[in-house]
Write a protein that binds this ligand. Structure first.
Ligand SMILES: [Zn+2]
Ligand SMILES: [Zn+2]
Length: 346
């Protein structure tokens, strides 16, 4: 029987990766399509990709596939052909990570999940096959000139805060599952307008577009490949750039500048700033925007209380951290609810 899981220790695998001399290409891709038996699909995929020495993280669900993988350069063409041999994946756009050293993954993990993007939708009539129309960068620009178009940002509030499209509406929620019904309610008066949804890489807005159609909206579009693809196309085709500020991405840089404008403010002093950071107090770890001057003044902490904590000996800090549930600590300027919680805890 074929081996369907890795059986070597993590440490050994990591060591092997760093001993590899061949360059790895890191790509991400997703596709919504109906998978009758995700478990069987997963096992089959594992065998195929394992042979090509692919590493990474893949989610498979009834509604499709979402993947972030690295492939040895010499296997890349074979990998592409293998992927394209699945009819629903034929011709799929593979997003190559530009400044990745290919060392992010040292094992292949393919997990079966209920959904590839958690959406909280339980309605059996909801159908991902019925989704909005794709717009490319050029069509996006053209359509947003139309006064009968509403642009909707389907990312988190902290992503919107540092950068977004001109006139885009923010759906002020912490989670995607809350955002979906909220978007439909906020736009209830605009059922006959053009609705364009966008997100970072396209996976969320594509689902959101299906949801809006499900809720009775007629002219729903979504931005192909999200902000990342748009930014590349705008540069390549020298189109006007309608995205202002920074594109928030989850990696060490916490953001990639698309235009020179700084549209947000430091959460501490209110001066223009768009650098996200996590509070240096490990017991806090709050995600917030901090300017350089404040970073220096508060030693990278979000508050005086946290600054005081990091000056304590590590042992005392450990005691303070005990029993604190950090949850998803994100500075939310629309609610300010994390601040009091933070102060209570410390
Ligand atoms: Zn500041
Ligand atoms: Zn803090």
């Amino acid at each position: 029987m074929a081996i369907l899981h890795n059986r070597v220790s993590q440490e050994e695998l990591k060591k092997r990766l760093f001993e590899e001399t061949e360059f790895r290409i890191t790509v991400s891709f997703y596709q919504y399509f109906f998978i009758e038996d995700p478990k069987a699909f997963r096992d089959n995929l594992y065998v195929g990709l394992n042979e090509l020495r692919v590493f990474g993280r893949i989610y498979v669900a009834n509604e499709g596939i979402n993947a972030q993988v690295s492939i040895p350069e010499s296997n890349f063409e074979q990998f592409r052909q293998y992927l394209y041999s699945f009819p629903p994946l034929d011709g799929l756009r593979l997003n190559v990570a530009v400044d990745d050293d290919g060392k992010s993954f040292w094992v292949l993990k393919i997990k079966v999940r209920e959904k590839i993007v958690a959406d909280g939708i339980n309605d059996p009539d909801f159908d991902m096959a019925n989704r909005g129309k794709y717009v490319n960068a050029e069509a996006f620009n053209r359509l947003t000139e139309d006064p009968d178009t509403v642009v909707v940002d389907m990312r988190n509030h902290y992503e919107y805060e540092v950068g977004h499209f001109e006139n885009a509406i923010e759906i002020p929620s912490d989670t995607f599952r809350e955002q979906l019904p909220m978007a439909a309610e906020m736009l209830a008066e605009n059922k006959d307008k053009n609705i364009i949804m966008y997100c970072t890489g396209g996976i969320r807005c594509e689902k959101a577009s299906a949801y809006m159609l499900h809720r009775g909206f007629k002219n729903v579009f979504h931005l192909e490949g999200g902000i990342i693809h748009y930014a590349n196309k705008v540069k390549e085709q020298q189109l006007p750039n309608k995205f202002h500020g920074k594109n928030f991405v989850f990696d060490e840089r916490l953001g990639e500048r698309i235009s020179d404008e700084i549209i947000s403010k430091c959460h501490q002093c209110g001066e223009p700033a768009d650098t996200h950071t996590n509070c240096k107090n490990e017991g806090c770890h709050l995600l917030f925007i901090q300017c350089e001057a404040c970073a220096e003044k508060h030693a990278g902490c979000c508050s005086q209380a946290c600054h005081d904590v990091i000056l304590l000996p590590e042992e005392e800090q450990k005691i303070l951290r005990k029993g604190i549930d950090k949850g998803r600590m994100v500075f939310n300027k629309s609610r300010q609810r994390l601040r009091p919680r933070l102060n209570e805890e410390i």
